[in-house]
Design a protein around this ligand. Sequence first.
Ligand code: UD1
Ligand code: UDP
Length: 384
Amino acid sequence: MRKKKIITIVGARPQIIKASAISRAVALFFADQIDEVIVHTGQHYDENMSQVFFDELGIPSPDINLSVGSGSHGKQTATMIEGIEKVILDEKPNAIVVYGDTNSTLAAGVAASKIHIPVVHIEAGLRSYNKKMPEEVNRIMCDHVSSLLFSPTKTGVENLLKEGFKQEAAGNYTMDNPGVFHCGDVMYDNSIHFSEMSAQESTVLADNKLIEGEYILSTIHRNDNTDKPERITGIFAALQAISKENNVEIVLPLHPRTAKILTQNLPAELYLSIQSNPNIKLIPPVSFLDMIALEKNSKMVITDSGGVQKEAFFFNKACIILRPETEWIELVSCGSATIVGWSKDKIIEAYNRYSNDSSLRFPPVFGDGKAAEFICDMMLKHLS
Ligand code: UD1
Ligand code: UDP
């Protein structure tokens, strides 16, 4: 049988991490059937937002880097579309594989679908039902030009069915007759795979003088939070109050978007009191093995990240979600995560509630840790 050629598009930090699951499955089980070409759009480019993951997670270096960099949504996406179209025309793949909901995902979906190359969307079907979120627009548009849609959760499949997709569609899957699959979460695969390695290799707790089970891990990067002074202020005022009132340490690996905007969007007094609070540790972005160590050993997680919410759940930690809604509603419906937005009072109330709750449940809703193998199998079966 002739090998199938896929082009994997990555750009933002979480996509590089997600792609490692498929690259690993290809290398281990499908090397004689699948050729993978990795294209990095260059959406994330700092060493600690990109290269560190290739080095640490054993992902082959990108074959092509479009070096698009930062910019407005329109300019960034348009430059990516132009670059990806050229790569597809040169490489003539059987399909392109895209992850999640970033501008890199959207650009690849547009470029490939317009020249009739099947799009395989991993993490399809997720919806926040808030189209002001750039990611919601990206994921809806990408789903609707995809030929194979792999949803990590049952809710994701149900969302697609509501939009007219058919799970029982048969035959040759195309953009007009797409195939929808419930496959589990490639990030669950990764959390299992890298957990032991993280325990052996990460020194992040010692480096930051953190004590197992006694600190809070927090990440903040959504534009909806960082770019609105009242929201970022509500969040940091809550973190400051929690750390002071409970004498608890909070470690925040800061996304560059957040690091750049803190002095601008926080009141000077709050910014200075955070800087001088030894219990609040603002640190640069960490590697994935370090992040797993921080998640696994934390007391609780406070975040607006999609990925970090889920990883908190994988490692049986309560999670306070700094957003008005979430695509990962399973976390909230079982009670182990709670949506609070950016309200100082609600964040503090959720912290106090979870600090005294030892009855949290973490049911297995993200598959069996073999989502990537399933996806590769289905690609081989259904891509011509
Ligand atoms: C993007 C995704 C978001 C995802 C996040 C993961 C979109 C619309 N958003 O958001 O869904 O959750 O990645 O982290 O695609 N910057 C740097 N160095 C870098 C990368 C970014 O300094 O390596 C700074 C730049 O000032 C840039 C800003 O961060 O303007 C935002 O970067 P961008 O990729 O546009 O969006 P993210 O907030 O990272
Ligand atoms: N992550 C990481 N280092 C960090 C922060 C996050 O390795 O300093 C990982 C995290 O474990 C998760 C992914 O990056 O796998 C989430 O990325 P992010 O929060 O940037 O984006 P989102 O998931 O919200 O799209």
